[in-house]
Unconditional design. Structure first.
Length: 280
């Protein structure tokens, strides 16, 4: 079963003043939005350029409203958040990051805001309240309304290392060496900080990796084998066991142009696409 969608998008949820979805498998045309845009990579990185700059590689990025730009998903998956520029929280973010610049790369990745389980649930489970919770944490951190982002840099680095390494190439020892901890100490701190065992987290990452491959156009069986599962049935079993949803149900819940409005007065959202300098 190959969807071969380009781009692949999860359900697009809209609330008052904010909208969000997951995005993969695409190189966009030059375009702009009437909103502030936040792009948070969930696996490795993405590529980005404006009409006046060359391509740059980013993990996270804030873009001012009405800025002409291109996005290359670069084989990864991004969480994209759109924000009404006139809201209080948007003005707070703009005053910190966008006073002198139209775009601002962040020296943060998504794991500074949320843990892997929250992120995977937001992608896999068709419940807007889960994604809304993730968005609220991101916005609260960026607008300085929350005291601190997650602060144990060793565990954040461990999460990032696991998420950016092929599942078959990662071991507890390699992660421990990366963060300069013993294996036993890493296991203890990881469970203390994240609330889950390191082994379970690495299993989540295999599911996450396979899901990303599905979003990039692979069949369920291809994605399963590439992620290190025995076959599609093994992947199906683990995904249902961990998240209560099957790969086929995930695809069914995220059909093309699936839009869910979660508020009576949702975000006013517009995208303008440009070809050869012409607005269309």
């Amino acid at each position: 079963m190959k969807h071969r969608k380009s781009p692949y998008t999860s359900t697009f949820y809209m609330w008052k003043g904010v909208a969000a979805f997951f995005y993969s498998s695409h190189l966009t045309s030059f375009h702009s939005h009437n909103t502030i845009q936040l792009i948070l990579d969930t696996q490795k990185d993405f590529r980005f350029k404006t009409e006046n700059s060359s391509w740059a590689t980013c993990k996270s990025l804030i873009i001012k409203e009405n800025v002409l730009h291109q996005l290359d998903t670069n084989g990864s998956v991004q969480l994209i958040i759109y924000l009404d520029a006139e809201t209080r929280i948007a003005r707070s973010i703009k005053s910190k990051y966008l006073v002198k610049n139209e775009v601002q790369p962040l020296d943060l990745n998504v794991f500074h805001f949320v843990n892997s389980k929250e992120l995977q649930q937001a992608l896999l489970i068709p419940d807007p309240s889960i994604l809304e919770s993730v968005i609220n944490k991101v916005l609260a951190c960026l607008s300085l309304e929350m005291g601190n982002v997650r602060t144990d840099q060793r565990i954040i680095l461990a999460e990032q290392t696991i998420s950016t390494t092929h599942p078959e190439d990662i071991t507890i020892k390699s992660v421990a060496d990366k963060v300069c901890l013993s294996e036993s100490r890493l296991r203890y701190l990881f469970k203390q900080v994240t609330g889950v065992s390191l082994y379970r987290y690495m299993l989540w990452n295999k599911i996450w990796y396979a899901t990303n491959q599905i979003m990039a156009g692979y069949s369920v069986n291809e994605a399963a084998i590439d992620a290190g599962f025995t076959d599609g049935s093994h992947f199906h079993k683990m995904m249902v066991q961990m998240f209560g949803i099957s790969p086929s149900k995930f695809l069914k819940d995220n059909m093309p142009d699936n839009l869910v409005v979660c508020d009576k007065s949702p975000l006013h959202f517009e995208t303008y696409v440009y070809h050869h300098g012409q607005n269309r």
